[in-house]
Ligand binder design. Structure first.
Ligand SMILES: C[S@@+](CC[C@H](N)C(=O)[O-])C[C@H]1O[C@@H](n2cnc3c(N)ncnc32)[C@H](O)[C@@H]1O
Length: 214
């Protein structure tokens, strides 16, 4: 698969997982997981009719329509496969992702693989409240963007203040280091430009937290 980001997401998937690729768009990830036998089953869903049509055509062109079921659905709302135990939610915002997670009670979901486009702190904190704990994060750099991909499961883990803000830094993941270094640059610039004392203190605290990683 061409996309480094989707490849990285796939590294979080295990052989025994029964995956829903939520917001599948063109179903590239669903097809990759199925063609490479990376999990037990995949279903592909999207809220957008046109995206799902393209997904269905792509699945058909690979002769995988017997293996990948598709659903036009907001999250899992129209999904009737109650075996699904793993969700991939990527390329959406945290608000949408958290809304989707609010409606999964009919499914035995044990694992989430999430690449959110924004509000990562809010995501990490709110998923804990819903019973999903951050186990690991990886960062991948593609098309001039850093993408943070998180693995959440039901296994309780603590989350330090610096992890809430900047994630579970993996020292072996070079893109993660570069991502944090860029964050530090941005924070330093913000600090320079800030005129408000309260805001300055907040930024200073963030900078101190980030310094512990770098
Ligand atoms: C930017 S694309 C990301 C596609 C793919 N997941 C990826 O990571 O490359 C976001 C997709 O999520 C879909 N989407 C947005 N909100 C959704 C929801 N509530 N339920 C299902 N799909 C949704 C959009 O229609 C779109 O196809």
């Amino acid at each position: 698969m061409k996309s480094k980001r989707l490849n990285m997401i796939a590294t979080f998937i295990d052989k025994t997982d029964k995956v829903a690729d939520i917001g599948c768009d063109h179903a590239y990830l669903s097809i990759f997981l199925t063609e490479n036998n990376l999990c037990q089953k995949v279903i592909a869903t999207d809220i957008n009719k046109n995206a799902l049509k393209i997904a269905q055509n792509n699945i058909k062109s690979k002769h995988l329509e017997q293996k990948i079921s598709t659903y036009l659905s907001d999250g899992l709302l129209n999904v009737s496969d109650y075996e699904i135990n793993t969700l991939v939610l990527s390329g959406m915002g945290s608000h949408t992702i958290l809304n989707i997670i609010d409606h999964i009670e009919k499914f035995p979901i044990k694992k989430l693989v999430i690449q959110s486009n924004n509000d990562l702190k809010k995501l990490r904190i709110n998923l804990r409240k819903k019973g999903f704990y951050l186990q690991q994060e990886k960062v991948v750099y593609e098309k001039k963007h850093y993408y943070v991909i998180g693995l959440y499961t039901k296994k309780y883990t603590s989350l330090k203040l610096r992890e809430k803000n900047f994630g579970k830094y993996d020292i072996n993941n070079k893109d993660y280091y570069n991502y944090l270094a860029l964050e530090l640059d941005n924070i330093t610039k913000k600090l320079k430009n800030s005129k408000n004392t309260k805001e300055k203190i907040k930024i200073l605290i963030k900078k101190k937290l980030l310094r512990k990683y770098l």
